[in-house]
Design a binder for this molecule. Sequence first.
Ligand code: NI
Length: 170
Amino acid sequence: MALRNILKEGDEMLEKHCRPVTDFNDRLHILLDDMAETMNSAEGVGLAAPQVGVLRRAVVVLETNVPEGEEPYVVELVNPEILSSDGEQEGPEGCLSVPGVYGWVKRPEHVVVRAQDRNGETFEIEGFGLTARAFCHEIAHLEGQLFLEVSEHLMTEEELEEYYSSGDEA
Ligand code: NI
């Protein structure tokens, strides 16, 4: 595994529509391994292939809704699509491609996603809370969309501090 360079806002690769993955081969497996390592190293909860310069429909998300005492684990989504969503959450959202910037973003509280795994097997997976947010955020990357486009307003440092000190984060 290897760390990959995370492209930053302004790079045109981040604005492109990504093509489906068609070959579930070693190259894809290495990409997914590298993406997970890169996400973990950057302490993110999600990363999309275009963020490392690969215009294919693949993302990794850290599932943090785990029982107490268990470690979060990486979910790989190849050719993901959101089948349904419900509920609503709002809060600060950031992106490894836009370091240090947070915006107020509304997302569904719960989503159901259909995707393929690294071997091409189709599965469905649910995400709640932060995981639902990450699924939506990462899948939007595959359409060339950054959270900045859907953010109601960017948050100042004071607003962020107030939000996190008030203890009402999701
Ligand atoms: Ni992002």
